[in-house]
Design a binder for this molecule. Structure first.
Ligand SMILES: Oc1cc(-c2ccc(F)cc2)cc2cccnc12
Ligand SMILES: [Mg+2]
Length: 214
């Protein structure tokens, strides 16, 4: 019977990575997606930009929208200081089940809370369910038509504070034009674009970093 792409990625991790070594998990996924089959992980070029932003912010509380196989959850969590927490939201239960195993294989499961459901439903519950006052860092990497409504929801729910950093993947490909329009023309945010390429390809893409000014 046919396996799914996330299942094949998990197999590649179990075969080629070292248990408890997040860097080897990242390398194993990148190698598989470069040489065997493409998958929508943020990848190593945009991933290095993600690493530099996370290291600069050194966040205590992180929200990731769109877990997929857990590649960026591993990238982010491996850089977090002790006691810091990443909450990652995945809509698809079958994919979430794979991500959970990849996050555990990397050995950083203590820093990560994987939540299944839609961002629109879960964001209003963040305070009561996870005791979050506000997020220091947010990585938007889910469906592009959710970037604007979820950003507005985060504002309305008081989950942003002066200095919260939002980093959005795929603002060029597949593209999030409404998000760019919203965030770049909003005086409550200071934005900067980081040019790169769509993971594992030469296609233009990039990350948009925005600081909430309060
Ligand atoms: O990084 C991503 C890439 C793509 C994508 C899919 C097919 C393409 F032909 C090009 C790009 C989709 C994503 C959906 C959600 C989060 N990230 C994505
Ligand atoms: Mg993406």
């Amino acid at each position: 019977t046919q396996t799914t792409r996330p299942q094949r990625i998990l197999k590649a991790v179990q075969k080629n990575a070292t248990k408890g070594d997040p860097d080897s998990v990242i390398s194993a996924i990148d190698h598989y997606c470069k040489h065997s089959e493409w998958a929508m992980n943020v990848g190593d070029e945009k991933g290095s930009i993600l690493d530099s932003v996370v290291s600069e912010v050194n966040p205590s509380t992180v929200l990731e929208l769109g877990t997929y196989c857990g590649y960026s959850a591993v990238r982010i969590a491996r850089l977090l200081s002790p006691g810091s927490k990443l909450i990652t939201v995945e809509f698809n239960p079958a994919i979430a089940a794979i991500a959970k195993q990849i996050i555990a294989y990397a050995g950083i499961q203590d820093k990560v809370t994987l939540v299944e459901g839609s961002s629109g439903d879960l964001i209003p519950k963040m305070k009561e369910c996870f005791g979050i006052t506000s997020f220091d860092f947010i990585f938007l990497d889910h469906w592009k038509d959710r970037y604007v409504p979820d950003t507005k929801l985060l504002e309305e729910c008081g989950l942003l504070r002066k200095g919260t950093v939002l980093l959005a993947d795929n603002v060029i490909c597949p593209g999030a034009p409404e998000y760019l329009k919203y965030i770049r023309n909003n005086r409550r945010y200071e934005s900067r674009y980081y040019p790169a390429h769509l993971e594992y390809t030469k296609v233009e893409d990039g990350l948009e970093k925005s600081i909430f000014l309060g």
